[in-house]
Design a protein. Structure first.
Length: 411
């Protein structure tokens, strides 16, 4: 695989042999310029001279080591993407990764030396996703078609259950937008949300999802199911100031208790709009709604930034959850994330539970809830009630839960 946009990599390593191995791999992958530094000081001055796209940073170096390089970069507010490399064990590498992120540096991940092409490519794909280049490759839908779909109500929510990892009780559902296309069938959000965002229609999407959710909540409540519903907020909608009053107006009219509505904001959205995000978050919480940090572990929000937010829930990204038992180096990160969340009294939710092993692993780490294909895929509202019934029968529970048994946690 070639990465067309990759310009410039700086390899900081005291071993000439390891620098050469890394340089060969970077050349294969398609970097246009490859620079070398034989120690931390030299690396820092090269970064100051010209900011590279990516730094491969060795941890163990005489005098100024990799940890000190990161501390210095943070102090000078220099933020190249960083991949930590080391011959040491994965636990040390992942601890340093976490330290870099909590300093606010964009650390893509860590690799054990000697580097391997496939592993570096995996991490670079992450850089690609972050820079939005993935969207370019995606087959985005036409703007005019999306406008019509919004107007005619073809964009609807699917519901994915969230369950307790201890005992499996249904705890809530996330609403995920789908375009029900008359000819093409169901279109996933990745193909239309970027277009909605670039046209400034995100508030409209949020409010439509909310309206669907509130009506659905009432319908389910009449049948004895009072279920917390989560709605995704896009980064773009954190900028305006009309969103909150529109949300509050709809909530009041619906008579749905606000604590049953949870808004999810991604870690990246927060990092991008810190001041606005704090304002919106505070107002949502003042209105009694829940607030969740989505995709935690993919962005570069610092742990310190997060403690300033009135979150009620933390959703651990699927990249840290799916097949986690095969990724021992993630364990240290997961343990500290779950510990931090519980210290902040946040409900933890593991996203992307695909197997019983994922579920057991996250449960044993102390994560409270889970969501993922192993439990159920996102589904239309009509199928959701059937799923609930079937699950309750399997679990020998009464078919309609008593009203109020599914209280939201964390609010
Ligand atoms: P998200 O909020 O992190 O949602 C979770 C995504 O993971 C969903 O993808 C869900 O279908 C998928 N997923 C759930 N369980 C598993 C699993 O076990 N394995 C795997 N591989 N994937 C799983 P989906 O529905 O395609 O949504 C993608 C993203 O689009 C969402 O990520 C969210 O950021 C955005 N999105 C969806 N609906 C809305 C919306 O109404 N408004 C906004 N602003 N964004 C939305
Ligand atoms: Mg979400
Ligand atoms: Mg997520």
């Amino acid at each position: 695989m070639q990465f067309a946009d990759l310009q410039d990599v700086l390899i900081i390593d005291d071993s000439a042999l390891h620098r050469q191995v890394a340089a060969d791999i970077c050349a294969d992958i398609g970097f246009k310029s490859i620079r070398h530094a034989a120690n931390g000081d030299e690396g820092l001055s090269m970064i100051r001279q010209q900011m590279p796209h990516l730094v491969l940073l060795d941890l163990e170096m005489p005098k100024v080591d990799g940890v000190q390089v990161m501390q210095q970069l943070a102090a000078e507010n220099l933020q190249p993407h960083i991949i930590v490399t080391s011959g040491k064990d994965y636990l040390l590498i992942s601890t340093v990764e976490l330290m870099g992120r909590s300093l606010g540096l964009p650390v893509l991940g860590g690799l054990k030396k000697p580097l391997k092409t496939a592993e570096l490519q995996d991490l670079l794909q992450r850089l690609y996703a972050i820079s939005g280049a993935q969207e370019k490759e995606l087959d985005l839908c036409e703007e005019t078609d999306i406008r019509v779909a919004l107007d005619e109500g073809h964009i609807i929510p699917y519901y994915q259950p969230k369950v307790s990892l201890h005992g499996g009780l249904l705890k809530g559902a996330e609403m995920l937008a789908r375009w029900k296309h008359p000819e093409q069938g169901i279109i996933p959000p990745a193909r239309f949300i970027p277009v909605i965002e670039s046209n400034g229609w995100t508030t409209e999407l949020t409010l439509k999802m909310l309206e669907h959710g509130l009506a659905q909540w009432q319908d389910w409540a009449r049948r004895g199911l009072r279920l917390p519903l989560s709605i995704n907020l896009s980064a773009v909608s954190l900028k305006g100031n009309t969103l909150i009053s529109e949300i509050e107006g709809r909530l009041r009219k619906s008579h749905v208790p606000p604590r049953f509505i949870i808004f999810e904001i991604t870690e990246t959205a927060i990092a991008e709009n810190l001041a606005e995000a704090i304002g919106i978050a505070a107002r949502l919480r003042l209105g009694g709604m829940g607030l969740s940090i989505d995709d935690f572990g993919t962005g570069f929000a610092t742990l310190q930034q997060l403690t300033r937010f009135p979150f009620t829930e933390l959703k651990i990204d699927q990249s840290l959850v799916t097949s986690v038992a095969d990724k021992p180096h993630l364990e240290a990160i997961l343990n500290s994330v779950i510990e931090l969340a519980s210290r902040m009294q946040l409900t933890t939710v593991a996203e992307g539970i695909e197997t019983t092993t994922d579920l057991d692993f996250m449960h044993h780490r102390g994560c409270l809830m889970g969501q993922g294909y192993y439990i159920a895929k996102p589904m239309p509202a009509d199928n959701f009630t059937g799923w609930v019934k079937e699950r309750m029968q399997q679990r020998h529970e009464p078919t309609a839960p008593a009203s109020g048994t599914e209280e939201p946690s964390g609010s």
